[in-house]
Design a protein around this ligand. Sequence first.
Ligand SMILES: [Zn+2]
Length: 373
Amino acid sequence: MFRSVLVLGYIRGIRIEIHVSWLIIFVLLLVSLGAGLHQAYPDWSPATVVITTVVTVLLFFASILAHELGHSVVAIRRGVPVRTITLFIFGGMAQISKDSESANDEFWIAIAGPAVSFALAAGFLLLSLPAVAISEPLSVALVWLGLVNLVVAVFNLIPGFPLDGGRVFRALVWKFTGDAARGMRAAVMGGRLVAYGLFAVGLWSMLAMGNLLGGLWIMIIAWFLLNMAEASGRDFGMRKRLRGLRARDLADQHLPLVSPATAVDQWVNDHMLAGGQRAHFVGDRDDVIGLVTLSDARKLPRERWSQTTVADIMTPVQKLVRVEPDSSAEEILQLINEHSLNQLPVMDGDRVTGWIDRRRLLGTIELHLELKS
Ligand SMILES: [Zn+2]
């Protein structure tokens, strides 16, 4: 499957990845900063311009990463796990895997990112003072990095979801009213206002200032923020209603089974197509050894289907992403989205006790919610 992210590596167990859209920003920054430096400092040699540009852009990239690590470190310290940090076209995002359980956690996690950016801004600007005497490119780069980090910190503190400021705002409303949902509503409303405001600024700079590209860019960011704010609000509502629902309530106890020695073509014809079921557990009710899916079959050339057994192409049970009977609906939805799973076994120790099918899951959740209300 095509992955739209490049994994850079791991820092303290957090996967650091770059979304392909980030490369657009990387190139745009290289080109515009390079051209800007060339124009402002015509006496710099081409090599000086190129080296200064590349190093500055890389340090900018490291600054964004540091901002996200700021959020992540505080989250982890407060017992909120962080799996991934993704850098994408609008900056970075730490995928903090669940909502904070207290207003204090939310506040400190949210404020940590801008705090790092402010500290970096101060550090770069302070270093730029003695650097003037050493080298002009060095001091120019440091001033640029200082100002850019300052902009990142200030922009992120605008009090609208999903910006950090929106989270801080949410935490404060939550803290003072004791009501997490009210905090969320306020932050989403703030997010809408910020998005409409930015949209107006973009339109104004397009029409009144004739800055077509810049204005369009601002409008795209506004649209993106609006979508994020609305989606965060919806997710929050959904998660709140899902609270209390566990894997055991959502799982299907009836496992679709196929025996390990079945040939792939026989499985496809007799089990998959005949039953309209895209995946089967391999083994029997008390001893499931793996899971075989349509995509496993598609990886095998068709002429080999008759001599290969499902046990040869299955994913062994030890390697399956799984949940426990007590796992929450929120965790399940998140795993399914994160790993793009179609089915998920529910396992009690080594035993498969049931399974969850992506397509049926939403229907099941809806029924549970209707029964609840
Ligand atoms: Zn942030």
